[in-house]
Write a protein that binds this ligand. Structure first.
Ligand code: SAH
Length: 305
């Protein structure tokens, strides 16, 4: 057991008086995970009330410091693995069990689109963790994908238009396409050409392939901070990388009545839900604390390579 780091205490839930301290270090917290969800899943896995949680990050590993009245030792339950659609179905079942997925439609779409087709070979496709995809980018953890799909569900009805900025592997863009169907229009934008090529190949192997072929889904190379004017305005905009502030072009390309979900911040980030009303006015609220890779320039992200 190590002494507990002191850097971060997310939110008000974790400030009860100290009792027993447990600390562990693991890598799956790295990026795209919400602290609230992690605490919740640890509660569920160990049936132990963690009265306080602190997270300390360095490089690719994070330390988490938990206070609990019950535990002497602690291990982190991983979601069911398995392969192909069985593993994918088990992943969705777990997200339902942990209360992350409550929408039937989101469950159906995530069950249909096999995450295993979108991650690099040999990685734990169905574990609830973000995974490196090259070029200093990651595919988000399944619970973040589920959360964003549910936040945007009303704006991803059949026939609607959606923009996915920082489309990476194309997984979430593919989910959007299944949500809006052949009558809808979904655009993914990423600034790394190799990732866009890979995302197209991924989608081609998946149940969303026909939507790509028919043109209701397309994936493009571009600076997502400028949005994608061609099919604007959008009912739903998702940004998969953290912006220091919300780009104006994205607000302009959001349809009145539309919704944007975007992580905002640098080290400490919040997932913002931004609604544009019919009169064009903007309302924003914070959904949760998150860790995403930055929405930045290609050179900044890749170090010039
Ligand atoms: N949502 C995707 C990827 C998330 S990682 C998935 O889950 O698979 C964030 C992505 O944002 C990376 O692929 C990165 O290349 C991209 N990105 C970062 N800044 C960008 C920018 N200015 N324009 C377009 N894409 C950007």
């Amino acid at each position: 057991m190590r002494s507990c780091p002191t850097l971060t205490a997310y939110g008000r839930h974790y400030c009860a008086p100290p009792r027993r301290l447990v600390s562990l270090t693991f890598t799956s917290l790295h990026r795209h995970n919400s602290a609230q969800f992690l605490n919740f899943s640890l509660f569920t896995a160990f049936r132990s009330p963690f009265s306080r949680m602190e997270i300390y990050s360095s490089g690719f590993s994070d330390s988490i410091c938990l206070e609990t009245p019950k535990l002497d030792s602690i291990g982190l339950e991983q979601f069911q693995t398995g392969t192909g659609l069985t593993g994918n179905k088990a992943m969705v079942e777990n997200l339902k069990r942990f209360g992350v997925i409550s929408s039937k439609k989101v469950a159906k779409v995530m069950e249909a689109l096999d995450r295993g087709l979108f991650v690099p070979a040999g990685s734990s496709a169905y574990a609830d963790t973000p995974l490196p995809i090259g070029y200093n980018a990651t595919i988000s953890a399944p619970h973040m994908h589920a959360m964003c799909l549910q936040l945007l569900e009303d704006k991803l009805q059949p026939g609607m238009r959606a923009l996915d900025v920082g489309s990476g592997t194309g997984y979430l863009t593919g989910c959007f396409a299944l949500m809006v169907g052949a009558e809808g229009r979904v655009v993914g934008v990423d600034h790394i050409p190799q990732l866009v090529d890979m995302s197209i190949k991924n989608v081609e192997k998946s149940v969303a392939a026909s939507l790509l072929q028919k043109g209701s889904l397309s994936l493009h190379v571009g600076d997502g901070r400028k949005g994608w004017g061609e099919f604007a305005p959008y009912d739903a905009i998702h940004v998969g990388a953290a912006a220091s502030e919300v780009p104006h072009a994205l607000l302009d390309q959001l349809k009145p009545g539309g919704r944007m979900v975007i992580p905002v911040g640098t080290y400490f980030q919040e997932l913002k839900v931004i609604d544009k009303s019919e009169d064009g006015s903007i309302k924003a609220r914070t959904e949760t604390s998150v860790r995403y890779v930055p929405l930045t320039s290609r050179v900044e992200q890749t170090g010039g390579f």
